[in-house]
Design a protein around this ligand. Structure first.
Ligand code: FAD
Ligand code: SF4
Length: 330
């Protein structure tokens, strides 16, 4: 591991000033992803600025039904918060579907948003990887890609974003609050926060140097909404998603859907908002056939590789059963 210096920041301005003064600085939150990557030699910061003492460790519930989740709120505290469980139960389910109890007690909201891909070649510094070393090539396309993406990929990279939490946040129309290095504030809708790989897979978000995530805003869900997170994985726990779906639906008394929000995990380099499915379902009382057709349309732009093509049928099934289950609950 490269030697590094460690500073604990006492306020956001100091954290940003430290980050800008030394370009090789990385913020340290729970460290559950960053420290692993430093041990592997993938991340090589010269300085770590610990942000866990900053005043971003609260969840504020708003009278309109929305909430503001501070960036250093631990994943375990987010999942267990009574207001989150009552108003956004799907988000709680998504967080609890990830990692382990021990990891969730250390991991933070901001760190979960910025965790790196689990592509095995990204983590192995002896193998070419365009995300780790721009222009080096992609080992996964001809190699092990069974766990990787089928939507939104490029010839440069087919990695998936690994987070469960952000798939839930995507379906909730969350907004990421950022403090820019100069002190300006920005509110970035989650749908505009992540970048597709294109020919620059090393640039994963729209953040710039010194940007500090301060909070994630959850707008109030649609009136009468029901929601669910469902994750398909190789083991019952402690495994990343092969496919996951976060669904929020609201229906009229005759079960006609008036609001549908679906996000998919495990299939794309970003939390994938399934807009085609949403458009097809609004105003409908969907049955299995309608749902299957909408799902197949969503994946019509997919570019599967030999070992991950199975994800398409799996995702269509998971979306269908999840929406049908939610329709029972409305
Ligand atoms: C064995 C294992 C299994 C796991 N399984 C899952 C799983 O199934 N599902 C899942 O979703 N996750 C899983 N995880 C990932 C885990 O959720 C992440 O490691 C964790 O959420 C990262 O949060 P952290 O606070 O520890 O981030 P850190 O490791 O501290 O930081 C991660 C990155 O975010 C940056 N950062 C952190 N906070 C901020 C901020 N406020 N502003 C700007 N930059 C910031 C850091 O600089 C760093 O680049 C697993 C992890 C492990 C080790
Ligand atoms: S899929 Fe992306 S992360 Fe994986 S080896 Fe290729 S470029 Fe690297």
């Amino acid at each position: 591991m490269r030697p590094f210096t460690y500073v604990r920041a006492s306020d956001p301005a100091q954290a940003a000033a430290l980050a800008v003064a030394e370009p090789d600085t990385t913020y340290l939150a729970g460290g559950t992803n960053l420290i692993d990557l430093m041990k592997l030699g993938v991340a090589r910061p010269a300085r770590l600025v610990d942000i866990t003492e900053l005043p971003f460790d609260r969840i504020q519930h708003r009278p309109d039904g929305g909430a503001l989740v501070g960036a250093t709120v631990r994943n375990a505290d987010l999942a267990g918060d009574i207001g989150i469980r009552q108003r956004f139960p799907m988000l709680s389910e998504a967080v609890l579907a990830g990692a382990s109890g021990q990891l969730r007690s250390a991991a933070t909201t901001g760190g979960n948003l910025l965790q790196r891909t689990r592509c095995v070649y990204f983590q192995d510094i002896t193998k070419p990887c365009n995300k780790r070393t721009p222009g080096a090539g992609c080992s996964a396309i001809e190699g092990h890609h069974r766990d990787l993406a089928v939507l939104g990929t490029s010839d440069s990279c087919v990695a998936t974003h690994p987070s469960d939490m952000v798939v839930g946040l995507a379906a909730l129309d969350a907004v990421v609050h950022v403090r820019r290095a100069g002190g300006a504030q920005a509110a970035i809708p989650l749908g505009a926060f992540y970048r597709l790989p294109g020919d620059t897979p090393d640039r994963e978000t729209v953040l710039e140097g010194g940007d500090l995530i301060t909070a994630v805003e959850l707008p109030p869900p649609p009136p009468g909404a029901v929601m669910r997170y469902r994750k398909i994985r190789d083991r019952a726990s402690y495994a990343f998603a092969v496919v996951s779906v976060a669904a929020v639906v609201a229906a009229d008394a005759d079960k006609r859907l008036r609001d549908v929000r679906i996000a998919l995990g495990g299939v794309a380099p970003v939390p994938w908002r399934a807009r085609r499915i949403e458009r097809a379902l609004v105003g409908q009382r969907p049955d299995e056939e309608t749902l299957r057709a909408a799902g197949e349309d969503e994946f019509s732009s997919a570019t599967p590789l030999p070992h991950n093509a199975f994800k398409i049928g799996l995702a269509v099934d998971v979306v269908s059963t999840t929406v049908l289950d939610l329709l029972e609950a409305v």
